[in-house]
Ligand binder design. Sequence first.
Ligand code: ZN
Length: 69
Amino acid sequence: MRAAMNLFCRLLGHTWVPASETPKTSWNVDKTGLLLVATPAGESRFYELCARCKAEREVAPARRPRPKA
Ligand SMILES: [Zn+2]
C-alpha cells in the first residue's frame, strides 16, 4: 500500500521522527494440527516515520568512520 505524499512533505521535506517496532510472537498450529508452535517475528526494528504522511525510512545502524583529510 502506498500513500500519496503530503503536500507539505513535497514542499518542505518529510518530518522524520524515530520509531521502533518490537516483534510479536505469532502462534501457529503445526502439521499435526495439535501443537501450537511459537514463531518469533525477528529482531526489533528501528526506523524513522514521517509525522505527516507516515512514510517510513530505514535508519542506518552504523556510521562509517570518516577518513582524515
Ligand atoms: Zn512525509
